[in-house]
Design a protein around this ligand. Structure first.
Ligand SMILES: [Fe+2]
Length: 153
């Protein structure tokens, strides 16, 4: 079992906390678009964004607890989420529905990269539990990318 400050796990912990930050930020952006989307596809996209937001928030606790089960510290605040996430804020509530879909698709691809890093780091230090559970997070992320991509065709 890892002990606090174990450098061998630092890459894994950084990747997990990065995935936590991205998931939190993407959750908020997806809800933001759920609230503000407009146009003829309002109902479909309003519901799709809500489903995806629920899926994102549903993984937050598991990601944080994989950090704690490795005896390390999780993110603690919106401030730490903001400093660690690669998901950029989108505060323009008037952007077109298609632009919202494309932005969420691209952001989910960024999260996918981060989750792939979690998988790689977990395998390299023999953390089998993280390696197993991250497969589910990746599968859900790929579903979100697929659904968003299909709506842009
Ligand atoms: Fe709602």
């Amino acid at each position: 079992m890892a002990t606090l400050g174990n450098n061998a796990k630092s890459g894994l912990v950084t990747a997990l906390n990065g995935a936590l930050a991205d998931t939190m930020a993407l959750y908020f952006k997806t809800k933001n678009f759920h609230w503000h989307v407009a146009g003829p596809r309002f109902r479909d996209l309003h519901l799709l964004f809500d489903e995806q937001a629920a899926q994102l928030i549903g993984t937050v606790d598991d990601i944080g607890e994989r950090v704690r089960k490795n005896d390390e510290y999780t993110l603690t605040s919106i401030g730490t989420v903001a400093s660690e996430t690669q998901i950029k804020d989108q505060d323009d509530v008037t952007i077109a529905a298609d632009a919202m879909v494309a932005e969420l698709r691209d952001d989910n691809r960024k999260l996918h990269d981060r989750l792939s890093k979690v998988k790689e780091e977990a395998e390299s230090v023999g953390d089998n539990a993280t390696s197993g559970i991250v497969d589910d997070w990746i599968d859900q992320c790929e579903e979100r990318i697929w659904f968003l991509n299909q709506t842009t065709k």
